[in-house]
Design a protein around this ligand. Structure first.
Ligand SMILES: [Zn+2]
Length: 358
């Protein structure tokens, strides 16, 4: 893929800043980070989705990941890290018996990045791999969490080397003074990725069947709350309590927190069929902590955005897998004292995001 002409790009970007009536004169750029979602790579011919409305470009997705990394590596300020928002290889790899080889191809590309990748686990990770496998794989980026500060020492049942089947995969890190990034596990409650013998599987099946009477639990047909489908999941009480603890620490320490996970949590930022089961609980938790400034998700390939009633920005990033040849879908976020600026590529829009009042 051709990289954009940098002077032309700068011109467009300056125009954009002018249009938004934001001047970056005198604003100190603290750090930047990359965002990319739903690569869903497979070594397979392009084909349509289940409803035959959207084409998926399985092989090209690897090249788009590659070119995104090349562009990040060339940026004047190389991103401090990249958020890979989940579904990095497609579930079709199971049928192709190519889960390991496809993951390795993706990881070979990731290995060329100057910036460390934080890997979120989405439904397609769980179609391909068990939680135990993921925990010991290179898709477990928990080693990048903060080891130093006191909030990290708060005990929680998070995924670790001696993982048991009830743990969740979530952690946080502080890349710059007063800024924290918090990964949440949207498939903590789920019937994919959990062993059928586990309590969380059984509890999740009960919730799903109560909300979804369809024979095919992946079908949202006729549902009042159409997020209750098998390809979504939710947050356990213990994870919500742990998030509450981290955000309380951040409130007290006047930090700004960006939360990220695979599933969107605001109905105005996505097609509601892509929401986390108990999105409302996570949403009200974030709204009750003034440190929470932004939530970033993938999963809905069309993408979306909203600014909620409490001033939290909700970004649902467009999926690489449905991005046709000649287009792209990733972004770099520049972080300043008073705002973050999303510099989108291809179908991802540029956006200025001021922080909510603390
Ligand atoms: Zn997904």
């Amino acid at each position: 893929m051709k990289s954009p002409d940098s002077s032309g790009e700068q011109e467009i970007y300056s125009e954009f800043l002018e249009q938004e009536k934001v001047s970056n004169d005198g604003m100190e750029l603290y750090f930047t980070f990359g965002i990319i979602a739903d690569v869903q790579y497979a070594d397979k011919a392009d084909s349509y989705n289940f409803t035959r409305t959207r084409k998926r470009y399985y092989r090209q997705s690897l090249h788009l990941l590659q070119s995104a990394i090349e562009e990040w590596n060339k940026e004047a300020k190389v991103p401090s890290f990249v958020l890979q928002l989940g579904d990095v290889i497609d579930g079709i790899n199971v049928q192709l018996q190519a889960s390991d080889v496809s993951l390795q191809r993706v990881l070979n590309e990731v290995g060329k990045s100057k910036a460390a990748f934080h890997h979120v686990w989405g439904n397609h990770e769980f179609y391909n791999f068990s939680r135990n496998y993921l925990t010991s794989s290179q898709l477990n980026s928990k080693h990048l969490e903060d080891q130093q500060d006191s909030v990290s020492k708060t005990r929680h049942k998070c995924v670790s080397d001696d993982s048991d089947s009830e743990e969740y995969y979530a952690y946080h890190f502080c890349p710059f003074e007063s800024f924290r990034f918090l990964m949440v596990d949207c498939y903590d409650l789920s019937i994919i990725g959990r062993k059928p013998s586990s309590k969380k599987y059984q509890d999740s099946m009960k919730i799903l069947k109560e909300k979804n009477p369809n024979t095919d639990l992946n079908s949202p047909e006729g549902l009042l709350e159409n997020q209750f489908v098998q390809f979504n999941g939710g947050f356990s009480k213990e994870q919500l309590e742990w998030v509450n603890g981290v955000l309380t620490f951040s409130d007290e320490n006047h930090e700004k927190v960006v939360i990220f996970g695979h599933l969107p949590i605001h109905p105005d930022s996505t097609d509601t069929v892509c929401l986390a089961w108990n999105y409302a609980e996570m949403l009200s938790l974030l709204q009750s902590h003034t440190c929470a400034v932004c939530y970033i998700a993938g999963h809905d390939h069309d993408g979306g955005y909203c600014l909620d009633s409490h001033g939290i920005h909700h970004i649902t990033l467009q999926g690489i897998i449905e991005t046709p040849s000649g287009r792209h879908a990733f972004g770099t976020v520049q972080v300043y004292e008073g705002s973050m600026i999303l510099k989108g590529r291809g179908s991802v829009s540029n956006r200025v995001m001021h922080y909510r009042k603390q």
